[in-house]
Design a protein around this ligand. Structure first.
Ligand code: DX5
Ligand code: ZN
Length: 217
């Protein structure tokens, strides 16, 4: 099943509770939570306290994307009864195997994100151990950037690699996803689409989610 994970990074921060209710009514599957520390990426977003303020506001699971250095220090903070995925960046984890085990030991599914210039070969020794790989289709740090086309070939190659070694692996894509390119990325092998500005940027988020789902359905 293809899933849509709207990113609340692009939502109105003064109305986050209402935003998650809106996307839930529209039929979204996950809440993508973009955490930025101003070190790993050149922007600061919000931390676990803001995410936790949304506990119970919807029935949608949290899909936590940690764009932070030393994520191991903060994993427990993001583990809640609503947390489904915790994703760390390969580039931020010198002991990636340990970090993946740590996430799983908390009871979440473990994701690994790769920046646009990071090779799939960095997954050679851990692909069997992860639940999800997030392919960044922009350089992380900001919403509203343009999709980098080389991400498509990366998704296709990852799908082949996963079919051989971890067929249950989910591929997520993040950055510059909109109603026009959604179908192309799912055809390449993506199962979880992150969409920030194209859901929350203009108009009614509930309606935008519905249109997305019609397009990828
Ligand atoms: C980028 C974040 C994304 C971002 C996507 O650093 O990880 O999740 O919010 O935003 P759009 O969909 O606007 O590119
Ligand atoms: Zn993200």
């Amino acid at each position: 099943m293809i899933q849509l994970a709207p990113s609340i990074l692009s939502a109105d921060f003064s109305q986050l509770g209402r935003s998650v209710e809106d996307i839930e009514r529209g039929g979204a599957h996950l809440i993508h939570v973009d955490v930025m520390d101003g070190h790993f990426v050149p922007n600061i977003s919000f931390g676990a306290a803001v995410m936790k303020s949304l506990l119970g506001r919807s029935g949608l699971p949290f899909d936590v994307h940690l764009m932070i250095e030393a994520p191991d220090r903060y994993l427990e903070d993001f583990m809640t009864e609503q947390t489904e995925y915790i994703t760390v960046h390969q580039e931020a984890c010198p002991h990636l195997n340990r970090t993946i085990q740590h996430i799983r030991s908390l009871g979440a599914k473990a994701g690994v994100a790769l920046n646009p210039a990071t090779s799939l070969s960095t997954l050679d020794y851990c692909i069997e151990d992860v639940d999800m790989v997030l392919i960044m289709s922009v350089n992380p740090g900001f919403g509203g950037q343009k999709f980098i086309p080389s991400a498509l070939d990366k998704v296709r190659q990852l799908r082949r690699m996963a079919d051989e070694r971890n067929p249950g692996l989910k591929i997520e894509i993040d950055g510059g996803i909109n109603i026009d390119n959604a179908k192309t990325v799912t055809e390449a092998g993506v199962e979880i689409l992150v969409a920030g500005s194209s859901v929350f940027g203009t108009g009614d988020p509930e309606e935008r989610v519905r249109s997305f789902l019609e397009r990828i359905g």
